[in-house]
Design a protein around this ligand. Structure first.
Ligand SMILES: Cc1ncc(COP(=O)(O)O)c(C=O)c1O
Length: 431
């Protein structure tokens, strides 16, 4: 007979009493151990900030798209159950709801970094005086590479053009007032502000409204990378006034490895025919697309940033994911997320006290999403996360040299997962 520790019992009681029951059973949770199954039950998967879990319903959904292709061949464009030609329209409303946009402001297409580039074609218009791009010093490397290559493409020295904002010495998170202060004092040289709304490393949620206002007051275009924000925190892109944004769907949105990305362009830019764009046949008005004319007939929606025809098999998981988010509702998911992350934080604080590790994510729930980042002093975190997975069945991820990221995802994680993660972390730190 196994005896249950009081803290574990409490976690199970929290799960039983939570007003938003977990949808864990609707997901493929990897087995404890090596991933090949070891008969020890399911993992505690706290890596959904990196790659979300597979919804069980996806296999049948993909099969139905494959069946349409098998049954109809090219006629699936118009005769499939979900006709392929207007398929991306199915994603418009729920994507807009997810990021707080008007439907015409969003489109699902490409991958995230590609969308950053396509939108910078339109919205990074550097001049000799105003060509700086402001990012976080802890920006995800792909964003850093993308903005450096854009500056170089326009003939500027990336080392001079890219401004990396770092937290104050001894602090892990950026302060809104420092970002706003930088933009106030140096704004005349800033062409573009491109920040991660939730930082991939620290888990910090920036003040989108305040920073957007500060950047625009300085005369800059303000854009947001929502890779770690979409499906994680409530967003109000339209009302925030942000110029544009992009996000991926493989993290909190559970649409699968490398899945399609979203893009947002604020309404005020949609009819601007002076914006440069890279075009293809999906940039043109669908009403005249098959007249096969030589020039684009633009539409005044975010669709005009599309280039190629959409990959239906890649869109199917995004559609399913958005349906699941619609069913649960972002407000309820966020409320549960705050409960789960707060609980994990309290366990980590208790268990890491006296050990060489601590949470570096902001303490205020308004300044973070689901993720908590733990800095471990003087240890390589790679072997620690390996041990967490193989000995305790706890999936986290290592951001070398010294940070472990843990994200309880409200759609499928439980309070019991949080308890498993915190107790396992304390155990591997002691070993
Ligand atoms: C914040 C952020 N930006 C950009 C990317 C790169 O995305 P992609 O490979 O889909 O272009 C990632 C990937 O994890 C990310 O976390």
């Amino acid at each position: 007979m196994t005896t249950m520790l009081p803290a574990e019992q409490q976690a199970l009681e929290l799960d039983a009493a939570d007003p938003l029951p977990t949808r864990r059973a609707e997901f493929c949770v990897p087995p404890f151990g090596s991933g090949r199954g070891s008969g020890r039950g399911e993992a505690a998967y706290l890596a959904g900030n990196s790659l979300g879990l597979q919804p069980r319903a996806l296999r049948a959904r993909l099969e139905s798209e494959l069946d349409d292709w098998a049954r109809l061949g090219v006629e699936g464009h118009t005769e499939a159950n979900r006709a392929w030609l207007p398929y991306h329209e199915l994603l418009r409303e729920p994507s807009a709801r997810l990021v707080g946009a008007r439907p015409e402001e969003v489109v699902v297409m490409n991958s995230l970094t590609i969308n950053l580039h396509l939108l910078m074609v339109s919205f990074y218009r550097p001049t000799a005086r105003r060509h700086a791009i402001v990012i976080e010093d802890a920006a995800f490397p792909s964003d850093s590479y993308a903005v450096r290559s854009q500056a170089a493409f326009h003939g500027f020295d990336p080392g001079e053009a890219i401004v990396r904002l770092a937290p104050r010495p001894g602090e892990a998170a950026l302060r809104t007032s420092d970002i706003a202060g930088y933009l106030r004092d140096n704004g005349e040289r800033v062409a573009l502000v491109l920040l991660g709304a939730v930082n991939y490393f620290t888990g910090e949620l920036l003040d989108i409204d305040a920073i957007t206002a500060a950047g625009q007051a300085a005369g800059a275009v303000v854009a947001w990378d929502l890779a770690h924000a979409a499906g994680n925190v409530p967003l109000r892109l339209h009302d925030s006034g942000a110029d544009w944004a992009a996000w991926c769907s493989y993290k909190y949105l559970n649409a699968g490895p490398g899945s399609l990305a979203g893009a947002f362009v604020h309404e005020r830019h949609l009819a601007d025919r002076t914006l440069p764009k890279f075009a293809g046949w999906w940039s043109t008005d669908p009403g005249t697309r098959f007249q096969m004319g030589p020039t684009v007939m633009p539409v005044d929606t975010a669709d005009s940033w599309q280039v190629s025809n959409p990959p239906i098999l890649a869109m199917a998981p995004v559609l399913l994911s958005l349906e699941m988010f619609n069913q649960s509702g972002m407000p309820a998911l966020r409320a549960k997320s705050v409960r789960l992350t707060g609980y994990l934080e309290s366990l980590l604080d208790a268990m890491l006290a006296g050990r060489p590790a601590g949470v570096i994510t902001p303490r205020d729930p308004e300044r973070r999403g689901a993720q908590l980042s733990v800095r471990v002093s003087g240890r390589d975190v790679g072997p620690l996360t390996e041990r967490l997975r193989h000995e305790f069945g706890v999936f986290t991820d290592a951001r070398r040299p010294d940070v472990i990221r843990l994200a309880p995802v409200p759609m499928y994680n439980t309070f019991h997962d949080c308890w498993r993660a915190a107790t396992a972390l304390a155990a591997v730190l002691d070993a």
